[in-house]
Design a protein around this ligand. Structure first.
Ligand SMILES: Nc1ncnc2c1ncn2[C@@H]1O[C@H](COP(=O)(O)OP(=O)(O)OP(=O)(O)O)[C@@H](O)[C@H]1O
Length: 264
């Protein structure tokens, strides 16, 4: 198995704050990771490192066969798909949905103001269909619901055919039906053997799609546990991560968690 990403002793400090503390991690081609941890645990920081958007204070970051710091990050970044609320806020609200997806290819190829290739258009439309929003192709991004925006962003992240897909809280802010619909779509993606190596960040085990193979639990910038999800997502590990006695369960591949204090 080829390592798509490798972190060794990765530490990120800002002033006195330690955002990530000696994180070790190997992501291989067929892995689909979920990263779970409380607010401020360092999840977004870790994604920024894996997206080559941030450099570690200490440690080594290997991405797609290169060591970050020894290669041109502008060549590396287009090979990594990233979605986050911060990035969504930078997308032009007046742009058509299909163009939001298409412009990912633009940015990579530097074809500003040129005609889109027909095949790019076809790919963008196929991705909108895969994300089940092809009926919204001509709407402007600003008119979309939160769930539709999340789907547009994921289609955009997939547009460049990335080797690593990073999704920061893709179900954040969605209502129950919206969350379930997105988890369903992401399950299709993660169960597809041709999908890229992926990492999804969430606060909630209920948001873990089918097809996720590995779990990393993060608290205070440190890895509490990491490995195959069935072995890692346990009562003991989840309780240690959130500093609360929790019971975790799995039914038909979907996860749930609750406090044991009141319910035993
Ligand atoms: N420039 C900075 N200086 C000091 N502390 C910072 C800086 N940037 C981030 N932090 C802190 O680092 C910690 C980790 O932040 P990060 O956004 O990675 O956490 P997170 O797990 O994604 O949190 P959330 O679930 O709330 O989104 C937080 O406590 C945050 O306040």
């Amino acid at each position: 198995m080829t390592a798509v990403a490798e972190l060794a002793g990765v530490t990120v400090k800002r002033g006195d704050a330690v955002l990530l503390d000696q994180v070790d991690l190997t992501v291989t081609e067929s892995d689909r990771w979920v990263v779970i941890g409380p607010n401020g645990a360092g999840k977004t920081t870790m994604l920024q490192i894996l997206a080559a958007q941030m450099y570690p204070t200490d440690g080594v970051v290997g991405l797609l066969g290169d060591v970050v710091g020894t290669v041109d990050v502008f060549e590396l970044r287009p090979r990594i798909g990233l979605t986050s609320t911060a990035l969504a806020e930078r997308l032009p609200r007046a742009e058509r949905v299909v163009d939001v997806v298409l412009s990912a290819a633009y940015a990579v190829l530097g074809r500003w103001n040129e005609e889109y290739e027909a095949e790019d258009n076809e790919r963008a439309m196929a991705l909108l269909e895969q994300l089940r929003i092809d009926h919204l192709a001509d709407r402007t991004f600003g008119t979309l619901s939160e769930g539709e925006r999340k789907r547009t962003q994921i289609a955009r992240a997939l547009m460049t055919d990335p080797e690593l897909l990073l999704l920061d809280e893709p179900a954040g802010g969605l209502d129950l039906a919206g969350r379930e619909a997105l988890v369903d779509t992401l399950s299709d993606l993660f169960l597809d053997e041709y999908a890229p190596a992926s990492m999804l960040v969430t606060h909630h085990v209920e948001e873990i799609p089918l097809g996720i193979t590995h779990c990393l639990l993060l608290a205070d910038g440190r890895v509490v546990a990491a490995g195959p999800i069935e072995e890692t997502l346990t009562d003991e590990n989840l309780s240690a991560t959130f500093s609360m006695a929790l019971h975790v369960s799995n039914s038909d591949g979907r996860w749930a968690a609750r406090s044991v204090a009141r319910h035993g």
